[in-house]
Design a binder for this molecule. Structure first.
Ligand code: DI6
Ligand code: FE
Length: 444
């Protein structure tokens, strides 16, 4: 019991959803455990009537209440009062840093103006690029704060933030610096991804209009291969050297970049020791997921058009399938990601907000859990695994966070619920009692 006596803090009388052997988590899902084809009974890695100790920001002990000697506990013991504790939530795919709003575009689209026309008139993703380029680092930081706080108030303790609205060396690095600063300024862990290959910047496009900016006349319509050169030869080296990016991401799509171009980006990322992620098979099947997996991608994301019969590279490389129901909903997509095939293959599924101004202006990971169940038919347990242990794996943080196990970061949430299935069920009613970040408690 020394682990408890020497602890910095102890929580008593808890029910734990540890997620350490939950259905859909990497340790128990699919073929490897022989529970392949069907949804297995929900367990959430449950341990009831437990005590949990924290020391130096990490979980130092977990034991049944019955064996904990209460008089010997440190003063800083906290009654869990029978509440449920889960790992902190992890949003493993966001575009949280950007300037401008696309609300008018939303209104225009509802009035029947086609997206292509909006884009031709300077709207769409390029309007976000223009606003983001024009914004200072401080402005981008200030704009991102309320979005980050919304996620944190719901229980997010780790999130990933992508660049991708700068599309010049200077502006991509600016976005990544802001992402890093957010992680320094708030009690939340931030992982960053360089998404230089998000869209072809206007100055590289054949339809370049000099009104966009005269600054770029030298780039004039050099085309998408020349832009990929810039990503590989300048952005990736600079982001790696300045330690601004943990991973490199691409948009492998007809309206993004080809598989061959993405492969060049993956090779450059590998050369600089950066992890790989991909926006793949969102709108069409370019086999980007298999390509990314063959380069050891941590995750492939979106996946509505993923070929259910070609999942082997994902299995072999331990690549996580990140589902983004917010973008599916907001774009009113109808093609569903191959969830049953992913489940059958034992591929870990994560769920994230994809928070961005164009296709998912929805800063609620709990809402995404609900949508993953209603729209994609995940079980509530799979949805919780999708925002905890599997999201951690999608960020390469499996050993560090996403589960309530001894040694993990003490990023934890105490909920006023009767059962963990409620986390994917009821939206809008506050249920979070405590958000605990590296052992420090903030009452919510
Ligand atoms: N897929 C998306 O849904 C977003 N980016 C991407 O690669 C769209 C981003 C935007 O419209 O601003
Ligand atoms: Fe995205």
């Amino acid at each position: 019991m020394n682990d408890f006596r020497d602890a910095d803090k102890v929580w008593l009388d808890l029910d734990l959803a540890t997620m350490s052997s939950a259905a859909g988590s990497d340790t128990s899902s699919g073929m490897s455990s022989g529970m392949s084809a069907n949804k297995s009974p929900a367990t959430y890695g449950m341990q009831q009537s437990m005590a949990l100790a924290v020391k130096n920001g990490r979980i130092s002990a977990i034991a049944p209440m019955a064996v904990v000697d209460e008089p010997l506990l440190p003063k800083a013991s906290i009654a869990g009062r029978g509440g449920w504790m889960t790992p902190g939530l992890i949003d493993c795919h966001t575009h949280l840093v950007f300037a401008g709003s696309r609300a008018e575009e939303f209104e225009q689209r509802l009035q029947g103006v086609p997206y292509a026309q909006i884009a031709r008139e300077g709207g769409g993703i390029l309007s976000t690029v223009r606003a983001t380029r024009a914004a200072s680092e401080q402005q981008l930081f200030d704009l991102a704060v309320p979005r980050l706080q919304a996620l944190m108030r719901e229980g997010v303790t780790t999130l990933e933030i992508k660049s991708g609205y700068g599309l010049t060396l200077k502006d991509e690095l600016k976005m990544l610096r802001v992402a890093r600063q957010l992680g320094d300024a708030f009690p939340v862990q931030v992982c960053t991804s360089l998404l230089g290959a998000h869209a072809l910047p206007p100055e590289f496009s054949p339809e370049f209009s000099p009104e966009f900016s005269s600054e770029f006349s030298s780039e004039l319509s050099k085309g998408s291969d020349a832009y990929i050169d810039l990503v590989c030869r300048q952005m990736i080296p600079a982001a790696a050297e300045q330690k601004l990016a943990d991973a490199v991401d691409v948009f492998c799509e007809g309206i993004g970049f080809s598989a061959a171009q993405c492969e060049r980006v993956f090779k450059a990322a590998q050369n600089y020791g950066l992890a790989i992620k991909g926006h793949t098979e969102q709108l069409s099947d370019l086999k980007g997921s298999q390509l990314a997996a063959s380069y050891g991608a941590l995750s492939v994301d979106h996946l509505e058009y993923l070929d259910a019969s070609a999942l082997q590279p994902l299995v072999e490389n331990g690549t996580v399938a990140v589902l983004l129901p917010g973008a599916f909903y907001f774009l009113r997509e109808t093609q569903l990601p191959p969830v049953q095939a992913l489940r059958d293959a034992g591929i870990p599924m994560a769920v994230a907000t994809d928070f961005n101004p164009g296709t998912s202006p929805l800063a609620s990971l709990r809402l995404m859990m609900n949508m993953a169940c209603t729209l994609f038919r995940l079980t509530p347990e799979e949805a919780l695994a999708g925002v905890t242990c599997n999201a951690a794996q999608a960020l390469g943080l499996s050993d560090d966070t996403g589960k309530l196990v001894v040694g993990a970061r003490a990023d934890m949430l105490l909920w006023d619920i009767q059962h963990p299935s409620e986390l994917a069920y009821q939206i809008g009613v506050p249920m979070l009692k405590q958000r605990i970040y590296q052992g420090d408690v903030s009452d919510v």
